[in-house]
Design a protein around this ligand. Structure first.
Ligand code: 5GP
Ligand code: MN
Length: 340
């Protein structure tokens, strides 16, 4: 196994790029409930590889959410049932933390003949590939794909620039989260120049196509707000009954947790969603004093220091209680000794 942790030097990228000389058939995949970075990075890599003359297929477990359907080739992404007997020479998994995160069916059926490659920037990323390009300091997986292409000294095409910019924009929270650096802005500027798109157009496509039912759900979810006595932990939840009432599904909850995080004095924000199998999906956010990727890892999840998630096999009230208690322990390590 060859892990290129913190691969920000030339030799590491060189080792990685020999794959593109050796093989012809590539498959790409990303995590379930794909977000802007997941889809942006895999479509960006798709355009790079096809321009190199490679045969490339993309397989995702979940459909492309409507707000990413302005990206070129989004409708070329196939589902898990399309794999059949197809075997790529190389499978590249992007932004996924663990192989299981691409979905059960895909991780059991999509097997590369020669090499499994893992490109990721999560702090909790597992080195599950034969080759692992894991750069936790990168703002996004899209940024890693950008650096890979630049190192190859291959021109970035317009379509690729738009996809990578979308990934970069999404994972930095529109260039405002702590993973935003001067370099992120330089890369974004270059992608805008190459792609010839306007940033406000991308923003409007991703964030301002909100369906009315999602606003109704938002109002239900926000009304469940609970804040601990010390004002440091805020939680909300979404139930199956709310999804039925507002004619939405669990993916409509995306983004709500960021609003909870914005409350003055809150250190840890969490949004719990009741799933159909009675498990609970939780999104966690931190203002910086708590590493929520460690907190999520206690519940078999993962992510980044300030944005993480997990799925807990418990009804949502117990899941919230367990997470609030664990958060309290992270905020104040002496908490348990007080007899709580
Ligand atoms: P979100 O709360 O936006 O769904 O996810 C925030 C971050 O946590 C993302 O980087 C995402 O990849 C990660 N994350 C969310 N849920 C899970 C999970 O169940 N397992 C792992 N390993 N990471 C997760
Ligand atoms: Mn990402």
């Amino acid at each position: 196994m060859n892990t290129l942790q913190m691969a920000d030097n030339i030799q590491d990228y060189d080792a990685f790029l020999t794959l593109f000389d050796q093989y012809q058939n590539f498959a790409l995949s990303t995590h379930i409930n794909p977000d802007g970075d997941a889809i942006g990075s895999e479509l960006g890599l798709y355009f790079f590889l096809t321009k190199l003359g490679k045969s490339v297929k993309i397989f995702n477990t979940d459909i492309v959410p409507p707000n990413y359907r302005f990206l070129p080739f989004w409708d070329g992404i196939e589902n898990a049932h399309s794999v059949g007997i197809y075997r790529p020479e190389v499978l590249i998994v992007l932004d996924a933390s663990t192989l299981e995160r691409i979905g059960k069916v895909l991780s059991n059926t999509l097997h590369p003949i020669h090499s499994l490659v893992n490109i990721d920037h999560h702090a909790t990323a597992e080195a599950f590939g034969d080759i692992n390009l894991i750069i936790p300091t990168a703002s996004s997986t899209s940024e890693i794909v950008y650096k890979l292409i630049k190192h190859h000294q291959f021109p970035i095409c317009e379509a690729c620039a738009l996809c990578l910019y979308t990934g970069l924009m999404f994972d930095t929270g529109c260039f405002r989260h702590s993973n935003t650096t001067a370099e992120t802005h330089r890369i974004a500027a270059e992608l805008i120049e190459i792609g010839g798109f306007s940033p406000d157009e991308v923003y409007r496509n991703v964030y301002e196509q909100v369906p009315v039912p999602k606003i109704h759900l938002l109002s239900e979810v926000l009304s469940t707000l609970q804040i601990t006595d010390d004002g440091k932990i805020a939680s909300v939840y979404a139930t199956q009954a709310m999804f039925r009432k507002t004619k939405t599904t669990a993916d409509a909850v995306e983004g709500v947790v960021n609003q909870i995080q914005a409350i003055a004095g809150v250190e840890v924000a969490l949004c719990a969603s009741e799933m159909t199998d009675r498990s609970t999906k939780v999104s966690l956010r931190s203002q910086g004093c708590v590493d929520v990727s460690q907190l999520a890892a206690e519940f078999q999840g993962g992510g980044h220091a300030r944005a993480a998630g997990c799925r807990i096999v418990m009804p949502y009230p117990s899941a919230i209680a367990a997470l609030v208690q664990a958060s309290q322990r992270y905020i104040d390590p002496n908490y348990m000794r007080y007899g709580n």
